[in-house]
Design a protein around this ligand. Structure first.
Ligand SMILES: [Zn+2]
Length: 567
């Protein structure tokens, strides 16, 4: 492809699946003499191309495995890369980082251009501790145990053994007794492993405290703020987000709960009453098959903006889409980018449901982000921080509102819009709950399980929906254990909240001036990760602030839209 920002350092026919092919090239980079800023810059560009080749090999193996879970070759190829190549890449990557950061010529690099990259590399080098490697391996193993326990959970229901994700659909049943029985099935099953989850989590907390101590941090929270490269916001900003969620979003959520209780004729709502359609309607059916989904999505994006429509159409040729659910495909959906040949890939399990349409539009936003950064020669800048990457995708879900008539009649489109806004009003308080919980966990080392439970209940009182837990107290106490992020990716969650506020701001712009909003969206996406977060937000004319004032302005608009939509 002509638009690959490649240097001639990486051979065009390099097979990057094997470490023996990558090793000499990485060695050459490590041993290369660098005499001035220009040569250091060349080193960074060559490294970027090599990293991109390795990343693409990794991605292709992952894609192949997730598309063919019953293909042993695909699985073994992926595992071989994870076991044999990834650790080597980490090691050599760290050595290169240290070389760049320690280079006397780093100061000769263009300050604006390399500010973000050097800041990231310096932090990674500063935090690196040999002693922490075995602790982090231990942490990963514990998380695998968590996943394994979750994956093994099944429930006998309606004459069949079902996984917990399969149980979710019964919570949407209009028959209340069925919902209640399904809910009890799910939570009684989880309760069987409550103790094991607590043990795993206690061990993780201890490991994490040691990791932070080894890196000379007072607590794991402060360590993780650095490790997650949170240079542009602080724990105090997160607390402002929690206050905003409490003061602004929780009242909207509880009003929605009250409306639901009214419509269903229930008082009080119970935890199994939250997912059912309040008018007892059948699920929305936006399309019959993947071809129809793609065709209608294309029309949607062309109407939103002709150039986004064209970008979407580039995904329709070649091997960029694998959308239809079939046997032997991994669950879920994702967008992956092939960093060397610059081709996005969207994976999903479309079954004709509304959430498939949401996923299509969301992942297309991620693909637009990738494509709009293609001119950027540095791999480091072709990816952006999650706080902004999710603005790219979540915004598309909101910009799609006026064009849902491609899939629905007027009443159905209104129902889909209402659902999106209700989900958003539910998401923000939940993000606050999880984030506030993590702040508490890691600033209260040595807490007991009873104290942890008490803190969780306090947060659920503060941010949770208006439901009665009477007689279900023990389930409520353990309900944090279902959020895998707490186990596997600590401190990762507020990103979704920050991004959602960015997406909402763009939606407000869109309602005022769609042309300008789309232009701002594309302008900011094209920056990739080359600028600090506040500048990425500013490029789209968004405030990078997430306290009560920002939330007030945004949720007032959400409320106005909700009021205009039929139940
Ligand atoms: Zn996403």
């Amino acid at each position: 492809m002509s638009n690959i920002p490649t240097t001639d350092f990486v051979p065009a026919d390099l097979d990057a699946n094997k470490w023996k092919n990558l090793d000499p090239l990485y060695r050459a980079l490590l041993e290369r003499d660098v005499h001035d800023g220009g040569e250091l810059e060349r080193l960074l560009l060559d490294r970027s191309d090599l990293d991109a080749a390795a990343a693409e090999a990794h991605t292709n193996l992952y894609i192949r495995m997730s598309c063919h879970t019953n293909d042993e070759d695909a699985k073994n190829g992926y595992l071989a890369f994870v076991e044999n190549v990834v650790p080597q890449l980490k090691q050599v990557g760290f050595e290169l980082d240290r070389r760049v950061v320690g280079s006397e010529h780093a100061t000769a690099l263009d300050g604006d251009r390399y500010e973000v990259m050097l800041r990231d590399l310096r932090t990674d080098v500063e935090l690196f501790r040999e002693d922490n490697i075995p602790l982090q391996t231990e942490e990963t193993k514990l998380d695998q145990q968590y996943d394994e326990i979750c994956g093994a959970m099944t429930v006998e229901f309606d004459g069949e053994e079902r996984t917990l994700p399969q149980m979710a659909k019964f919570l949407e049943e209009t028959d209340r007794a069925t919902r209640e029985k399904a809910w009890h099935g799910i939570w009684s099953r989880r309760a069987q492993d409550r103790e094991r989850f607590d043990e795993i989590f206690d061990t993780m907390l201890n490991l994490r405290a040691s990791i932070a101590r080894n890196a000379e941090f007072e607590n794991y929270r402060d360590y993780m703020f650095k490790r997650r490269h949170r240079f542009d916001y602080t724990p105090a900003d997160c607390e402002a987000f929690h206050r905003g969620a409490e003061q602004v979003c929780v009242p909207v959520l509880r009003q929605l709960n009250a409306t639901r209780a009214d419509a269903l004729g229930l008082d009080p709502l119970r935890p199994w009453d939250l997912a059912v359609d309040i008018r007892g309607r059948d699920p929305l059916r936006p399309f019959a098959d993947a071809d129809e989904l793609v065709e209608k999505s294309s029309r949607l994006f062309h109407r939103m903006d002709p150039s986004l429509g064209e970008l979407f159409d580039t995904l329709r040729t070649g091997d960029c889409l694998d959308l239809e659910s079939r046997k032997g495909k991994a669950p879920g959906g994702y967008q992956a980018h092939r960093d060397r040949t610059l081709r996005p890939f969207i994976f999903m399990n479309a079954a004709g449901l509304h959430r498939d349409l949401d996923t299509m539009v969301h992942e297309a936003g991620h693909a637009f982000h990738s494509i709009l950064c293609h001119g950027e020669p540095l791999l480091h800048y072709r990816h952006s921080p999650i706080e902004f990457a999710e603005v790219a995708s979540m915004t598309m879900e909101l910009f799609a509102f006026p064009f849902l008539d491609e899939f629905y009649d007027e009443a159905e489109a209104a129902r889909a819009r209402r659902k999106r806004l209700e989900d958003l009003a539910t998401l923000l308080p939940w993000v606050a709950t999880i984030d506030a919980f993590q702040h508490w966990l890691y600033t209260h080392p040595g807490h007991t399980r009873e104290q942890r439970t008490a803190q969780w209940i306090e947060l659920d009182e503060r941010f949770g929906p208006a439901v009665s837990w009477s007689g279900l107290e023990s389930f409520r106490e353990m309900s944090w254990q279902r959020q895998g992020h707490l186990f596997g990716v600590p401190f990762y969650y507020i990103e979704y909240g920050i991004a959602q506020l960015g997406a909402l701001q763009l939606w407000l712009q869109y309602r005022q001036d769609p042309v300008r909003a789309v232009a701002n969206y594309k302008k900011a996406l094209a920056l990739g990760g080359s600028r600090p977060l506040p500048e990425l937000f500013a490029a789209a004319e968004l405030d990078f602030s997430f306290g009560p004032e920002t939330m007030q302005r945004l949720m007032a608009e959400v409320q106005k839209e909700l009021d205009s939509l039929p139940l």
